[in-house]
Design a binder for this molecule. Structure first.
Ligand code: ZN
Length: 257
């Protein structure tokens, strides 16, 4: 559900990701708390040369002969990779699959020891039935975010330390060069994270610490004291990692940073 009226895509194209007064909900590679406004621009600049590890791309095993769409501004000169359209298409489909798996799973009652029960405990801190209904509704609201025209690629010099971001000003999901260094699972998790913002999660207030921090540890660790269903339901990372956990029938050990 778009929160703001879409503005001209041409106008937004390659605009700075953190305009003054603009609302930015991004996933940062370097720290749990991501920037929510222009105040981190200096830090972004300092870190802007910190390219992530290059991950060997796996060949697309889908066997599909269909050509990837041409995503907005996802050219080699902007993204720095020659297969941005193919990667983004595969990640978009995987992310949508993650969300659909989460919607299906959340229609069931978790039984003790099940993947669903484990995933609910780890990512949403054992939500009540009413909260599970809310979480499922949020995932449903995310589905329209996975339309091809909802994505745009940005250059490294305006992305800084960010993998991707949802920008309220243009209501688009911006994909940054650090995204291309992630593996398919993490790329899809990042897109679900941004789709959660697009669906209205954590669009005001500070950006919570994400996966791989003391607040939301990676791996087989329970949520620390202070984390509640309410805090995780406002944490975009929880939607990404929960959905991946369900689709894969197991948590990823990665923090995707
Ligand atoms: Zn975010």
């Amino acid at each position: 559900m778009p929160l703001l009226k879409k503005e001209s895509a041409v106008k937004s194209s390659q605009a700075p990701l953190a305009p003054v007064g603009g609302r930015l909900c991004m996933r940062s590679r370097n720290s749990g708390a991501s920037a929510t406004n222009a105040s981190n621009q200096a830090a972004q600049r300092r870190l802007s040369f910190g390219l992530g590890p290059q991950v060997q791309r796996q060949p697309d095993s889908s066997g599909s002969a269909a050509a990837a769409p041409s995503y907005r501004d996802c050219t080699e000169s902007i993204t720095g990779v020659s297969d941005a359209n193919e990667q983004l298409e595969a990640a978009r489909i995987r992310a949508r699959d993650f969300v659909q798996a989460a919607i299906a799973a959340l229609g069931k009652t978790p039984t003790a020891g099940s993947v669903l029960a484990t995933a609910l405990a780890r990512h949403f801190v054992d939500p009540t039935e009413e909260q599970r209904v809310q979480i499922r509704a949020t995932y449903r609201q995310m589905l329209p975010a996975f339309r091809v025209p909802n994505f745009i690629c940005n250059r490294q010099n305006i992305c800084g330390d960010f993998q991707a971001g949802w920008l309220a000003d243009d209501d688009l999901i911006h994909v940054c060069p650090l995204f291309w260094a992630l593996d398919r699972t993490c790329q899809a998790i990042v897109l679900v994270h941004e789709a959660a913002h697009d669906a209205g999660i954590n669009v005001s207030g500070p950006h919570p610490f994400g996966r791989g921090t003391a607040t939301y540890p990676a791996g087989n660790k329970p949520p620390p004291d202070g984390e509640t269903p309410a805090t995780r339901m406002e944490n975009a990372d929880a939607y990404g990692f929960f959905a991946a956990h369900i689709w894969r029938s197991g948590d990823t050990g990665k923090s995707c940073r």
